[in-house]
Design a protein around this ligand. Structure first.
Ligand SMILES: [Zn+2]
Length: 205
């Protein structure tokens, strides 16, 4: 699935299972850091721009789902993040859980354009070749299933943000999050004001 979908899903798990901002961020990061191994795409695109030739996406194809999409990556990311955690054991377990949620989501929804373009999870890479997991029914990365899941996650996040007074923007900046949540509150208030005005005026006829 896309990094944005992973981000929103991990954030929702983090908000339901942690009780402070720092641990929420760490658990959310555990759900998106696996896709760091796809950053080779930047080198691919830069190389294509500089050479003027079409990119073969060499680095992306070789390293994405290879370096950080298995148990070695899960341990590495968890140990790294737990170092900064408030509640170490809780965050460790949640990081492992959210990391594996990422792997499961990729397993079911990361196929390429053609039916045979399955993207497997090499669970022991980069240390060992096996086991390799794949699912023949894997959805397209840009398929309607992933879009639907993303829309549901966005709507859920917006709804929770107005009630809890913090949102996933918190992961990047608390100031920006405060601004974002205040805008959401204004939208909600103006929406309620219009609805109650329409109800008071009632149907004309
Ligand atoms: Zn991934």
């Amino acid at each position: 699935m896309s990094p944005i979908t992973h981000f929103l899903g991990s954030w929702l798990v983090a908000t339901a299972t942690t009780n402070n901002s720092r641990d929420r961020k760490l658990v959310t990061l555990a759900g998106i850091l696996p896709d760091l191994d796809g950053l080779g795409i930047i080198a691919d695109l830069a190389g294509a721009m500089l050479s003027g030739k079409e990119s073969s996406f060499h680095y992306y194809q070789h390293y994405h789902h290879y370096l950080l999409h298995g148990w070695p990556g899960a341990l590495f990311v968890t140990v790294l993040l737990v170092w900064f955690a408030g509640q170490h054991w809780r965050v460790a377990i949640l990081c492992l859980l959210v990391f594996h949620l990422h792997l499961v989501c990729d397993l079911i929804g990361s196929r390429g354009p053609t039916a045979g373009d399955l993207w497997p999870i090499n669970y022991s890479e980069p240390l060992y070749r096996n086991p390799v997991f794949f699912w023949k029914g894997q959805w397209r990365l840009d398929g309607w299933q992933n879009r639907l899941i993303s829309i549901v996650l966005v709507l859920t996040e917006l709804s929770l943000a107005t009630r809890r007074c913090y949102s996933c923007v918190e992961v990047f900046s608390r100031k920006a999050d405060a601004v974002f949540v205040s805008v959401l509150h204004k939208w909600r208030e103006s929406l309620f004001a219009k609805t109650s005005l329409a109800n008071r005026m009632g149907p004309k006829g």
